[in-house]
Design a protein around this ligand. Structure first.
Ligand SMILES: Nc1ncnc2c1ncn2[C@@H]1O[C@H](COP(=O)(O)OP(=O)(O)OP(=O)(O)O)[C@@H](O)[C@H]1O
Ligand SMILES: [Mg+2]
Length: 245
């Protein structure tokens, strides 16, 4: 199997506490891969290490063959990231934001403008292209952050709770974009608390609890393994099992 991401023994310790604890995972190319887990399970910490913004305490990971510690610049070239905190500049407009980040990535202005128009229109923000982001709602900011993540057409996308707090139509638009992304042979790793969404989008999921991967597989495999009928029941079964251990 052709892997987009391989993770070996990845660990992050904060002040003696393992937020991510010896994680091993393989994510194939061309799939949407879900990371599920309760608050504090380590999802964001894992995604931050993979996107090279947080240094692992131990372990390794490769993104499309590039080592996150040895080749962070190569890794950053092939990934797009939607972080938990979008960190957008309130005083910029969506158009300015995309121009700024596109330039940072070495894209040509004409290409940035062309991609920006496509994305603004796709996410229904064309009318707001020149409005200050500081005046935007949470969902509108989330869309701008998503546009920034996909601007340079990365082969691997990391999305930390991409639809949290979004209205029905906005969440649908974003899910549509995610599906489309993976259908073109690119890979998406997303964290979510929405089991229905994971069921709709993900070819496979990893369930994390207390820094560890408790289970990984396709949703059908996990349902069969736990003898549960849907992903929410699988999740409850596995997380309760961990608590009783
Ligand atoms: N910079 C940090 N310093 C110290 N502890 C941290 C830091 N970042 C995360 N943690 C701790 O690591 C654990 C995992 O946090 P993380 O944000 O990865 O969880 P999560 O699975 O993303 O949770 P949520 O679903 O709430 O977003 C938590 O106990 C958190 O308090
Ligand atoms: Mg998180």
């Amino acid at each position: 199997m052709d892997s987009a991401i391989t993770i070996e023994d990845l660990t992050k310790v904060f002040d003696g506490f393992a937020a991510v604890d010896h994680v091993n995972l393989e994510v194939p190319k061309g799939v949407v891969f879900g990371i599920l887990g309760p608050n504090g399970a380590g999802k964001t910490t894992l995604l931050r290490m993979l996107s090279t913004v947080l240094k692992p305490t131990r372990g390794k990971a490769r993104i499309l063959g590039h080592d996150i510690l040895e080749e962070p610049i190569k890794v950053r070239e092939v990934i797009g990231v939607l972080p938990e905190d979008t960190g957008l500049y309130d005083r910029l407009t969506p158009a300015e934001t995309l121009l700024f980040y596109g330039k940072l990535r070495g894209m040509e202005s004409a290409k940035i403008l062309e991609r920006s128009e496509v994305l603004l229109s796709l996410l229904g923000l064309s009318g707001k292209r020149d409005a200050k982001i500081g005046t935007f709602s949470k969902g509108m900011k989330q869309k701008v952050a998503l546009m920034r993540a996909v601007l340079h057409e990365p082969d691997v996308l990391f999305l930390d709770e991409p639809t949290s707090g979004l209205d029905v139509m906005s969440a649908r638009e974003i899910r549509g974009l995610i599906k489309d992304w993976a259908s073109k042979g690119r890979s998406v790793v997303l964290s979510t608390h929405n089991m229905w969404e994971a069921q709709q989008l993900c070819s496979a999921v990893a369930i994390m609890d207390k820094g560890k991967v408790v289970s990984v597989g396709t949703i059908e495999e996990l349902e069969r393994m736990t003898k549960q009928e849907d992903l929410e029941e699988v999740f409850v079964h596995l997380i309760k099992g961990e608590a009783e251990r």
